[in-house]
Design a protein around this ligand. Structure first.
Ligand SMILES: *Cc1c(COP(=O)(O)O)cnc(C)c1O
Length: 356
């Protein structure tokens, strides 16, 4: 605290990201990064952009990143006017809170969800109410179909539970809220969900958010996007152009285009993660864990006889880090990112040792 701080800064409760430890030989299963490298075409495109002397870095990037808008639009069968790009989907989400969710009525999201949502509410002065997940940690669509609200946001699959809501339920929510924007944060949808992007031409209140950080292995490049009605996209562009004209740098633009165009590699990586997730789930069940059904690249598991914080600590002593949230209802769960087969084997072996 300092006398120089504005009142806004005094009142903030910032988001705390999962740690990125600077320790070698760690098995890092705490922040849902992809265990596979990005498509080799990404590096080739970045090298090409740099050229021999990186002289192009002298020039600003395309403020609209049109090449990437076109690549995203093509991949998802929409028009470039339906695409908004940002420096990671966190930035896209931030602009959404400011541009489309700040109204008189409180917005709605689940009690257990991505913990950045309440942080953006604090930053932008957006009021919110939470709807409790069911006993089995699923989202109950009826909770979002009654009360007047200033907007709705949830991840699908939800984080950190991994549970998926079907498209029929999402359509019900869209129909019940014609005067609110419904934001579906599909950070993990490529690992087993069905995207709602196919609904954007029928619902002008739907905004679907994606990231290249998880399924495209590019958390370090910082690229995310939203797809929705051109009027929603225009609102986001207005905020973006009042904040930072160049959220995507030259390397991010060409790298992301290459990633969006390499469909074969993308599908291969997603399939491998899904197969490893299924193996990991049954092995953890064999060790006595309850594992929620996951459509994401992580699993959410709890052991009926062991304290989750102690398990996380014991794993850390064995150089394996997973995520534990000290929050009501989920403090006995561990969120474990699906790593490579070898990493997951090391995890299950370590857990077997700890439980023995
Ligand atoms: C990882 C994640 C994001 C943020 O992704 P970035 O594009 O890396 O900013 C957004 N929403 C959810 C639910 C996530 O898990």
């Amino acid at each position: 605290m300092s006398r120089f701080w504005s009142q806004v800064v005094r009142d903030l409760t910032p988001y705390v990201p999962g740690e990125q430890p600077k320790i070698a030989n760690l098995i890092k299963l705490n922040t849902n990064e992809n265990p596979f490298p990005p498509s080799p075409r990404v590096l080739a495109a970045i090298r090409m952009e740099l050229g021999d002397d990186a002289a192009r870095l002298r020039l600003y990037p395309d403020p609209n990143a049109d090449l990437l808008k076109m690549a995203v639009a093509k991949r998802h069968a929409v028009t470039p006017q339906q695409v908004f790009l940002g420096n990671g989907s966190d930035e896209v989400l931030a602009h959404i809170f400011m541009a489309l969710l700040k109204h008189d009525a409180p917005i709605l999201f689940p009690d257990i969800t991505y913990s950045f949502y309440p942080v953006y509410c604090g930053l932008y002065g957006v009021e919110y109410r939470t709807a409790p997940l069911s006993e089995d940690f699923s989202i109950n669509p009826a909770d979002y179909c009654g009360p007047a609200n200033g907007g709705i946001i949830f991840p699908n699959p939800n984080a950190p539970t991994g549970r998926l809501l079907g498209l029929a339920a999402i359509e019900k929510i869209l129909q019940a809220n014609p005067d609110s924007v419904v934001v579906v944060d599909e950070a993990y949808v490529d690992f087993g969900g069905e995207t709602a992007i196919g609904l954007v031409n029928r619902y002008d209140n739907l905004l679907v958010v994606h990231t290249l950080s998880k399924s495209r292995s590019l958390a370090g490049l910082r690229v995310g996007f939203a797809i929705g009605h051109p009027a929603l996209i225009e609102a986001l562009e207005r905020v973006k152009n009042s904040f930072n004209s160049y959220p995507l740098d030259r390397l991010a633009i060409v790298g992301a285009v290459a990633a969006m165009e390499d469909e074969g590699y993308f599908e291969q990586c997603c399939r491998a993660v899904i197969a490893t997730r299924d193996t990991l789930t049954s092995e953890l069940q064999g060790l006595g864990f309850d594992v929620l059904p996951s459509a994401a690249n992580f699993i959410f598991a709890c052991h009926p006889q062991r304290d989750a914080a102690e398990l996380a600590k014991a794993l850390r002593e064995r150089s394996i880090i997973v995520r534990h949230f000290k929050l009501p209802r989920i403090d006995q769960f561990l969120r474990i990112t699906v790593g490579t087969d070898a990493e997951c084997q090391a995890l299950t072996q370590a857990l077997a040792g700890i439980l023995a």
